[in-house]
Ligand binder design. Structure first.
Ligand code: C2E
Ligand code: MG
Ligand code: MG
Ligand code: MG
Length: 292
């Protein structure tokens, strides 16, 4: 009896595996098609300077719009893209498009802001990142000083000499480097010392708890102090409430990014946000837009 159940269990497991593999293959084929058809797009989330209240940057976040379907976030398809060879062309498209958008905004007369682009660890293993970035900059005509590459701790932890060389090359051209999701990786501080880094992004998990959990508050405070002692900028991500914003301001954090101000929005909506002299929390924006 136990044996029969075991076999059933195995068969069930095999079927599930099969379904998952099949789904991955379907997504991969669809990704390939989506890339060819231009179904990918970027949404932009504002980064706000806590001293001036101005929008000083945008993070480009990848979206996939398949015809007749709801907009898909990167969590659903990036892992499959990374397992297949498709991540390369997708990454290249993201970088090119973000640079072109920065130039479009500049040509439309918007004040120049930093453009944050996420790079995945896979890229550093498989692609010539320096060449790719320099090509995107040259082809778009974007000012390199406007580009801010977001890397996770994982990329830096690998401590590959090639990575250091890539970052050094880009840094020399004026490109800035941020450490994304800071505090969630291995948090070895070695790389902070060894790599040319400009900014730490406090992970949203710490921000979420900071007004209620003393441990999260302590971690946020420590990251702000560490960053400043190393002469790095510090930005907090995932800021959703005014309480979090005020506490981050009190801690001396430089910038914030999160739903409190805005989620990632299409380029036209972002340009509209830039039209205000200081950033307006989205709750107030919605109230102002609501007809009485
Ligand atoms: P990330 O770089 O840490 O980006 C922040 C994520 O948090 C985004 O999710 C953003 O929409 C979300 N977020 C922003 N503010 C808030 C908030 O106040 N509350 C909450 N709960 N969430 C907030 P998204 O767009 O789903 O992206 C997820 C991850 O996918 C990104 O994390 C990044 O690692 C990766 N990713 C996104 N776009 C790209 C891309 O073009 N290339 C690569 N390689 N990775 C990307
Ligand atoms: Mg990021
Ligand atoms: Mg992040
Ligand atoms: Mg994150």
């Amino acid at each position: 009896r136990a044996k029969a159940e075991g076999r059933n269990g195995w068969r069930f497991f095999a079927a599930a595996m099969d379904a998952r593999a099949r789904e991955a293959m379907q997504i991969e084929a669809a990704l390939r098609e989506g890339l060819a058809r231009g179904e990918f797009l970027l949404h932009y989330q504002p980064q706000v300077d806590l001293r001036t209240g101005r929008i000083t940057g945008a993070e480009a976040l990848l979206r996939w719009q398949r015809s007749g379907q709801t907009l898909m976030g990167p969590g659903r398809f990036l892992p499959v893209a990374e397992e297949s060879g498709l991540i390369g062309p997708i990454n290249e498209w993201v970088l090119g498009e973000a640079c072109r958008q920065a130039v479009r905004w500049r040509e439309a007369g918007l004040p120049p802001i930093r453009m944050g682009v996420n790079l995945s660890p896979i890229q550093f293993r498989r692609q010539d990142v320096a060449a790719m970035v320099l090509r995107a900059l040259a082809e778009s005509g974007m000012n390199p000083a406007q580009l801010d590459l977001e890397l996770t701790e994982g990329i830096l932890m690998e401590q590959a000499p090639e990575t250091a060389a890539v970052l050094q090359t880009l840094r020399t051209r004026g490109v800035r480097i941020s450490v994304d999701d800071f505090g969630t990786g291995y948090s070895s501080l070695n790389y902070v010392k060894n790599f040319p880094i400009d900014r730490l992004k406090i992970d949203q998990s710490f921000v979420r708890g900071m007004t209620t959990e003393p441990n999260d508050a302590a971690i946020v405070r420590t990251i702000v102090e560490l960053g400043h002692m190393l002469r790095l900028q510090v930005i907090a991500e995932g800021v959703e409430t005014e309480a979090q914003l005020l506490q981050l301001k009190a801690e001396g954090c430089d910038e914030v990014q999160g739903f409190y101000y805005s989620e990632a929005v299409p380029p036209a909506d972002f340009a509209e946000l830039m039209g205000h002299p200081v950033a307006i929390p989205r709750a107030s924006l919605a109230a102002a837009a609501r007809p009485e």
